[in-house]
Design a protein around this ligand. Structure first.
Ligand SMILES: *Cc1c(COP(=O)(O)O)cnc(C)c1O
Length: 733
């Protein structure tokens, strides 16, 4: 009915549209079982059909027909199954020897990851059929793998466009571009994967073991996806898209396999696939993503024989995070990229409010910044308005009873004063930090300072308790070795939630390999010990890592702490830590505070007796600071160019320590086009003294001023006298 209406409508618009029934155009092939046609998931022949071509030509230049259906040999209606309409288009194009296929759907093409869960997924402008096929079979749902086959066989370019945004460029699949440099183009994931591990010491050198095992899968009608083998173990994966994996069927399969060897069923798992060309050539880049898997299990690794796909199988609940990490690490467009297009967010995000659209504060303040550096070689410059607006954004969150600034991010007195005026409290990790606060604010109630030491000496705890500071204990050792110190006192306990988060292994502060916190499973024992020692535990705290954007991280912490609070009668506060990420690049979204607030509100509703506290450092001050440094010298070594500046890791160690990315611009030439790819390096005698790799800058000269953005947190605070080069001084705009 819809296509009939469509054809009529087009005719009222003056177009010569004819309508034809797809069941006269597409004929289903006989099913695999003779006499039993595949009624719900038929396949059709698509060899070029000259007679059909002539018939349509005679009919009209515009023919409307239905997707998804065909007829069998007896004229009965059959369905093409999943992705059926796209497959209809592809079949017809092959039969009519079309020059082009366009598929108009609800997403504007194929993306480098599922854009609904990874908003930084990028549009893939062009793909080879084989790559698209891999992406489609590895979990992407835009095109069904079956629809690619006819286009590929007859080399018909296939374009994907979005109906709701017809102006977007879309994706084109063609036979071009499979040779060329190694590149990961997409990170895909599939859920609901079941692994079957076959184990037998007897299989080593045994002829026909695999044949016997696979025969069993065949008899049970199970299609095997990935395979990995060792001398005593063969593990295969079963994909729910190709198999019915209910418990009974899996149990029957296992029963039969058990006659051959020991069988273990593992699942539910997720597969995570890297798709692109020459995938093997990029394996060395994966290190960073897998550091995260130190404490998680990877069950199976499979490298596709065609070198277009590399797949990992992990626990199902780890899949999305692995995708996020790998995507962040590997999908990095170069300027003028012909494959990687804009991100989903850039295409569909609502325009940012006007004050963000003008860019960061330092773009607006360029002249003042340049004036400020006159006569200096380098300086940190801070903008207090940015600090105030970050503080206000957090203070506006209804779920939070308190926001404690983590002083270690930047202990500059001017920043501390500003934050106090904004109603922010403080969190310290050393005696020195507390002394600075008490000196600066003689009227500050020490109970409002949160002190979170880690492996500090006994005397520091004693000092803090005597000063009336609120102390967090993160090791049962403190209670058992120094019970007299804590008797009748109130303390907080730092909890290790078991899962670390963050942008680098050095900033992930939970998990058994991290030195912080009391493991959640040991809390009951800790509570008992505290009761015995007459210590009152009034708060639980956890800080799982830094540079986190996923708001469910704090929700998860809050829920864990809320649950753990039940082991302690007097707990009234759960402190969910800091770690709120600050966007590194202009197109990266920040932490969604509104969403975070909603999630934390929900946790509060479950535990009405508890207050929720937050203790961010970076979030409050990072964007408020920039490092300015004057260009000293230029150098080229072969094709590699270096721009030297007057200060480096002695002022700003984050790039060297964490591989942190900080935007760098030539402030003196902000209006000139960026045309040169350079490394920005400092004057320190260390090859790690690099502030930015492969950055695009305008042609830069000695004396120009470079600006390193987001340097307000862990910048000056981590600076050193290394090489006896004084770090950059700090000034305020
Ligand atoms: C460093 C630290 C924070 C702050 O981390 P940010 O990433 O700067 O927000 C919070 N709590 C504790 C215990 C910390 O050590």
């Amino acid at each position: 009915m819809a296509t009939q209406l469509g054809a009529r409508f087009l005719r009222t618009q003056g177009l010569d549209a004819a309508w034809m029934d797809a069941r006269t155009l597409l004929r289903a092939e006989p099913g695999s079982v003779p006499g039993r046609p595949e009624v719900l998931s038929a396949t059709c022949s698509f060899a070029p059909d000259g007679a059909l071509e002539e018939q349509l030509e005679a009919l009209s230049s515009l023919v409307i027909t239905q997707g998804f259906i065909a007829s069998d040999e007896d004229g009965n209606t059959v369905l093409l199954g999943r992705g059926g309409s796209d497959t209809s288009a592809s079949y017809l194009a092959a039969k009519l020897r079309a020059q082009r296929i366009e598929i108009w759907t609800d997403v504007p093409g194929m993306f480098s990851a599922n854009p609904r869960s990874t908003p930084t997924a990028r549009l893939l402008r062009a793909l080879h059929y084989d790559e698209a096929q891999e992406i489609a079979t590895s979990g992407a749902k835009v095109l069904h793998p079956r629809c690619i086959l006819p286009a590929r066989q007859y080399r018909i370019p296939l374009h994907v466009y979005a109906t709701q945004a017809p102006e977007l460029e879309g994706t084109v699949l063609s036979a071009e571009g499979l040779d060329g440099a190694a590149q990961v183009k997409a990170v895909c994931t599939k859920r609901g994967i079941t692994l079957i591990a076959l184990e037998s010491p007897g299989m080593w050198h045994q002829v026909g073991f695999l044949a016997d095992a696979f025969q069993v899968f065949k008899l049970h009608g199970m299609s095997v996806d990935l395979v990995s083998t060792s001398e005593t173990n063969v593990t295969v994966s079963l994909d729910p898209a190709a198999n019915t994996l209910d418990n009974t069927r899996v149990a029957e399969l296992v029963a039969d396999l058990s006659r051959l060897c020991r069988v273990q069923v593992i699942g539910p798992c997720a597969s995570v696939s890297l798709v692109g060309r020459n995938i093997r050539a990029i394996l060395h880049q994966l290190g960073g993503a897998f550091e995260f898997f130190e404490e998680q299990k990877i069950y199976l690794v499979s490298q596709a024989a065609n070198d277009l796909n590399f797949t990992f199988v992990v626990d199902e609940n780890q899949g999305d995070r692995l995708v996020e990490q790998l995507h962040e690490l590997l999908i990095r467009p170069v300027p003028g990229d012909r494959i990687l297009g804009p991100t989903w967010q850039q295409l569909f995000a609502p325009p940012p409010p006007a004050d963000i659209r003008v860019g960061p504060w330092w773009r607006v303040q360029r002249e003042r910044l340049l004036a400020q550096l006159a006569g200096h070689d380098a300086a940190f410059v801070y903008d207090l308005d940015s600090v105030r607006s970050a503080a206000r954004a957090l203070r506006a969150m209804g779920s939070l009873a308190r926001v404690h600034y983590s002083v270690k991010a930047n202990p500059h007195r001017e920043l501390l004063r500003t934050l106090r005026t904004e109603g922010v409290e403080f969190e310290c990790v050393s005696q020195g930090e507390i002394e600075r606060l008490l000196g600066l604010f003689p009227d500050l109630d020490p109970q409002r300072i949160l002190y979170t030491p880690n492996f500090a000496p006994r005397a520091e705890y004693q000092w803090a308790l005597e000063r009336g500071v609120r102390v967090t204990v993160d090791n049962p050792y403190a209670l058992s070795a120094w019970p007299e110190l804590f008797r009748e006192r109130e303390i907080f306990v730092r909890v290790d939630t078991g899962v670390g988060r963050g942008h680098h292994s050095h900033v992930r502060t939970a998990g058994t390999r991290s030195k912080f916190g009391v493991p959640i499973v040991d809390l009951k024992e800790f509570a008992r010990q505290a009761r015995e020692a007459k210590v009152r535990v009034t708060g639980l705290q956890a800080h799982v890592g830094s540079g986190v954007f996923d708001v469910t991280s704090w929700e998860h912490t809050a829920r864990l702490l809320g649950g753990a609070a039940q082991s302690f009668e007097e707990v009234r506060v759960i402190d969910v830590g800091g770690g709120l990420g600050v966007p590194e690049r202009a197109d990266q979204p920040g932490v969604n505070l509104q969403q975070l607030d909603t999630l934390l509100m929900a946790v509060r509703a479950e535990h009405p007796q508890l207050e929720v506290w937050l203790e961010p450092g970076r979030f409050l001050v990072a964007a408020a600071g920039v490092l300015l440094a004057r260009v000293t010298q230029l150098k080229s070594k072969g094709s590699v160019r270096f721009v030297g500046v007057a200060t480096g890791m002695n002022s700003f160690i984050r790039p060297a320590l964490y591989g942190a990315y900080h935007e760098i611009v030539n402030l003196s030439r902000a209006d000139e086009p960026a045309t040169e790819l350079v490394n920005i390096v400092g004057p320190v005698c260390e090859s790690a003294d690099v502030l930015g790799h492969d950055r695009l800058l305008p042609v830069t000269r000695e004396g120009d001023v470079l600006l390193i953005a987001n340097a307000g947190a862990y910048g000056s605070a981590m600076s050193s006298q290394y090489n006896l080069r004084p770090p950059a001084p700090e000034v305020f705009l």
